[in-house]
Ligand binder design. Structure first.
Ligand code: ITT
Length: 196
């Protein structure tokens, strides 16, 4: 069975990626499951560059297809912060309850129509022959007034999606994967892989 190694250390991403790629007929392994440990510096200016940096670092150590996800939350009122720095915002080890409360506080008094935000996801793939592919997708929403929901991870409890009337943390895993930045970017990558 062909393998895809996913170059991420984020357990929330791994859960979603395994569900979304489950129908590919390939074995999907996290970096940890493949016994690979690398922490490349994510010093790219874009999501695509950072995803490629992570995928290339793992591809150098194995003969499998390697994919990586670089993603983030862009809040329009905060000039698209935290953006590519979403994981590092307020410190990598700071609990999301604190990061989420901080973002809600920074939007104190800001009305609905100015609370627009999006999650962005770039997926990079490095093939065993060295070819590189990237895809990108987004989901539009707005920053809620309080944390809601237990699902997902990271900023999901404050990311409200008007079509559902819920935050992405209140969606089921299946619902989130159907409409999310990550779900859509991975579907695009599945299409790309059919052509290689
Ligand atoms: P890897 O680099 O190991 O994949 P990471 O968490 O450091 O893990 P990123 O640099 O891509 O990954 O940062 C993405 C951050 O954006 C992530 O840590 C969350 O804070 C946020 N994020 C991305 N997708 C999200 C989602 O679906 N729900 C909630 N927050 C999300």
């Amino acid at each position: 069975m062909k393998r895809i190694i996913f170059a991420t250390g984020n357990a929330g991403k791994v859960r979603e990626i395994k569900a979304i790629l489950g129908d590919l007929g390939m074995e999907i392994l996290s970096m940890k499951e493949a016994g690979i440990k690398v922490e490349p510096e994510e010093n790219g200016a874009t999501y695509e560059e950072n995803a490629l940096i992570k995928a290339r670092a793992v591809a150098a150590l194995c003969d499998d297809i390697v994919m990586a996800d670089d993603s983030g939350l862009e809040i329009d009122y905060l000039n698209k912060e935290p953006g590519v720095y979403s994981a590092r915002y307020m410190g990598e080890d700071t609990p999301y309850s604190i990061k989420n409360a901080n973002l809600i506080e920074r939007l104190n008094g800001v009305p609905d129509e100015q609370r627009t935000a999006r999650f962005v996801c770039a997926i990079a793939a490095v093939l065993p022959d060295g070819r590189e592919l990237t895809t990108r997708a987004t989901i539009e929403g707005r920053i809620d007034y309080e944390e809601k929901g237990e699902g997902g991870f990271g900023y999901d409890p404050i990311f409200y999606v008007p079509e559902f009337g819920k935050t992405t943390a209140e969606l089921t895993a299946e619902e989130k994967n159907q409409v999310s930045h990550r779900g859509k970017a991975l579907q695009l990558m599945k299409e790309e892989l059919k052509n290689v």
